[in-house]
Ligand binder design. Structure first.
Ligand SMILES: C[S@@+](CC[C@H](N)C(=O)[O-])C[C@H]1O[C@@H](n2cnc3c(N)ncnc32)[C@H](O)[C@@H]1O
Length: 259
C-alpha cells in the first residue's frame, strides 16, 4: 500500500469508528440541539447570498458533486437563493475542469450544466438578487409547489435534456410533502447519484427544538425517507456520509441511487 492509499484507508477506518463512537455522538447531538435552537443554520452566505445550511452539509455536497459530476441539479426550496448559488458555483467549477482537461477555451456562459430551483414563493428581492448574481446564467427557477402536478411535469420535461442528475429536497418538511416529493422526483436521480433529503434531523430532536411548524417528531423528512425506502429499493441511505459529517441536518437523508 503506498502513502496515498494508506491515507485513504485510515480515513475509511476513522469514519467507521466515528459512527460507533458514543461520546462523539452525545457531543454532536448536543451541538445539533443547541445550534438549532440558536438558529445557527441562518448564519452563512455562499458567494454573497444567504444559505440556510450547515457547513458540513455544504462540504458533503461538494464531495458528491465532484464524484457524480452532475449536469443538472434539481433543488426544491430556494429561500434566499444561497443553495442555488452554491450548486451553481460547484457546477461552474466542473465546467472549468472539463475545459482544462480537454484543453479547450473556457467559455463560462456557454456551458450546459444547470441548477433548477423550485419554490412556492420566490420573493421579488430574492429573485432579483439571484438574477443579478454572476452565477445566474447557470440557474433556472420555477415558482409553484414542488408537488403540484404541473410543476412536476415541467421539471421532468426540463430534465429530459440532461444525463447526470442530482436532487436536493429542502422545501416543506412534513412527512406527506417530502414523501410526495420523493415519489415525484427521486426517479430522476441518475444511478450512482444522490437524492438528498434535508432536515431529516427533526426526527432526532427534542420536541422543544421545533416550534410552530407543521412538522415534528414522527412527521418529518426522515420518516418520509423511511417510508419511501419501503416502496423503492433503487436507493440506499449512504450512512458513511452521516458518520463522516456527524454534524448534519440530513442524517439518513443522503440517498444513493444504486440501480
Ligand atoms: C429551508 S428553505 C430552503 C433553503 C435553501 N435550500 C437554502 O439552503 O438556502 C425552504 C423553502 O421551501 C419553500 N417551500 C415551502 N413549501 C413549498 C412547496 N410546497 N413547494 C416548494 N417550495 C416550498 C419555502 O418558500 C422556502 O423558501
Amino acid at each position: 500500500m503506498n502513502q496515498a492509499e494508506q491515507f485513504q484507508a485510515e480515513k475509511k477506518e476513522r469514519i467507521i469508528a466515528q459512527g460507533d463512537n458514543k461520546e462523539l455522538r452525545v457531543a454532536t447531538n448536543h451541538f445539533m440541539e443547541q445550534s438549532i435552537l440558536s438558529g445557527y443554520s441562518y448564519n452563512f452566505d455562499w458567494l454573497g447570498r444567504p444559505i440556510i445550511q450547515y457547513p458540513q452539509d455544504m462540504v458533503a455536497l461538494q464531495e458528491i458533486i465532484w464524484e457524480v459530476k452532475p449536469d443538472l441539479i434539481i433543488e426544491a426550496g430556494i429561500a434566499h437563493g444561497g443553495s442555488l448559488i452554491l450548486s451553481a458555483s460547484f457546477l461552474a467549477i466542473l465546467d472549468y475542469c472539463d475545459a482544462v482537461e480537454n484543453k479547450i477555451a473556457f467559455n463560462p456562459i456557454e456551458t450546459k450544466r444547470k441548477v433548477l430551483g423550485i419554490d412556492i414563493d420566490i420573493r421579488d428581492h430574492n429573485r432579483q438578487a439571484i438574477l443579478n448574481h454572476p452565477m445566474a446564467h447557470k440557474i433556472e427557477m420555477i415558482q409553484g409547489s414542488s408537488i403540484d402536478e404541473e410543476i412536476v411535469k415541467k421539471v421532468h420535461d426540463f430534465a429530459k435534456n440532461y444525463n447526470r442528475i442530482l436532487i436536493c429536497l429542502d422545501s416543506n418538511h412534513t412527512h406527506e410533502h417530502v414523501l410526495e416529493e420523493l415519489r415525484a422526483y427521486a426517479s430522476l436521480t441518475s444511478v450512482g447519484s444522490y437524492c438528498i433529503v434535508f432536515d431529516s434531523i427533526v426526527e432526532d430532536l427534542p420536541e422543544n427544538c421545533v416550534k410552530d411548524r407543521s412538522w415534528g417528531k414522527g412527521n418529518n423528512p426522515k420518516t418520509a425517507v423511511w417510508e419511501f425506502l419501503k416502496e423503492n429499493d433503487d436507493f440506499v441511505i449512504d450512512s458513511k456520509i452521516d458518520h463522516k459529517l456527524l454534524l448534519s441536518v440530513a442524517p439518513d437523508g443522503y440517498l444513493k441511487r444504486i440501480k
